[in-house]
Design a protein around this ligand. Sequence first.
Ligand code: C2O
Length: 533
Amino acid sequence: SLVRHYKFNVVLKNTTRLCATKPIVTVNGKFPGPTLYAREDDTVVVRVVNHVQHNVTIHWHGVRQLQTGWADGPAYITQCPIQTGQSYIYNFTLTGQRGTLLWHGHINWLRATVHGAIVILPKRGVPYPFPKPDKEEIIILGEWWKSDVETVINQAMQMGLAPNVSDAHTINGHPGPAPNCSSKGFTLHVESGKTYLLRLINAGLNEELFFKIAGHQVTIVEVDASYTKPFKTDTIFIGPGQTTNFLLTADQAIGKYLIAISPFMDTIVAVDNQTATGTLRYVDTPAFSPTSLTTLPAVNATPVTSRFMESLKSLNSEQYPAKVPLTVDHSLLFAIGIGVNPCATCLNGSRVVGDINNVSFVMPSTAVLQAHYYGINGVFTDDFPGNPPIPFNYTGTPPANLQTMNGTKVYKLPFNSTVQLVIQGTSIIAPESHPTHLHGFNFFVVGKGVGNFDPKNDTKTFNLVDPVERNTISVPTAGWTAIRFRADNPGVWFFHCHLEIHTTWGLKMAFLVEDGEGPNESLPPPPGDLPTC
Ligand code: C2O
């Protein structure tokens, strides 16, 4: 294994999209940012230098960070921000993972423009468990706002309301062809008969997406850096923070085919309803040939999302077994949702809040991990409720349980204990699909359903054989998802809805995994350059 060095200079860069130019925060002047390439077991060392007037942290989304919790990156959870003029070296080893992940800014809404791909190749000499592709490409989906994203979020917080939706979706940074401002959009060139491994990433902020290529079926082979049983589909469903690798064979007539993305939202909440498009273009296609079009699922096409999620299974081969915890030490139920609290300083007198089990998480002013490691009192409490304080009809109407409390609470897990977590969507204010993300772990998605989780009967339906292994899972609108994981990684691990606005509102918490007693079971001391608050 190798040590791979990267330098991330965080700099402003004037960038033109939708016929207008604005300065955006970037890594090395690129949007999307540079790709990290490594092989399984390699160590990655990234020196991040902050040259902008904005605090910065970088999160390596989905990287397990075994024994390297100080390198995880969420601001005020594992580290204080890197301030203007400062730098921090993220140093971690890619253990037991191969596939595609992403890195992104993890403070406020920095992720909007600060993100890029992480490609983890198998160890040298180890083949993919699927036919070898002729070529590989990365496709990053995102969102673009005409105004400054910090302004968008600050306005929303002042009003206590939802923020403006984005002005465009993007494919590899491009909203789509706009001839009037000489923007060509994204084009993927393919050669007839060849097979491509496409690494798809949703780096968007607030929307789950459908992705489709006209005229082609694709074969899914991996999600969130773990292999799946291959399955064919014409539509991919991908939430913010998720990654999906698929094989595409250029087996259609030479020509141009539309690549298109559109949002999924099966409730009344507003979305950026734009379809972003790119082109799949066969080499030797005559210049003026028309593009084959495709129809995307409707914005509220829940069945398409369920079918896609239900088709995902772990590869569970001899070489890559699914190590699902079969016993459970901690059985937790998290009721998640969006509610309303009184707010004296808000223009409306109330504000929208996100909560888990009635707790709306408040960011501390020093990092939870530092407070834990050094035993600093008063930063957090370890009384995060493992169940809703008052059980109620989570998915019924009218909504119950409107008041939430604020707190910086963590849930403590002894080293190596096993967790079953049922994430229950609620209909408080607006039922909505929530792509929830757990830092520091891959979890197994053992079940999902609609309505209220029924511990007696629903548990019997769990798949404990080959459930898909991921780091981010969509909890269906007014339904539930059950995950299992083993707490084998000491540190503080953020858990939140990966819709950025929901994180901002407080739909987040953290697990504190205690040190074990054996060698390599405790968190090492922080690196010397760890930023202070
Ligand atoms: Cu990709 Cu805490 O986020």
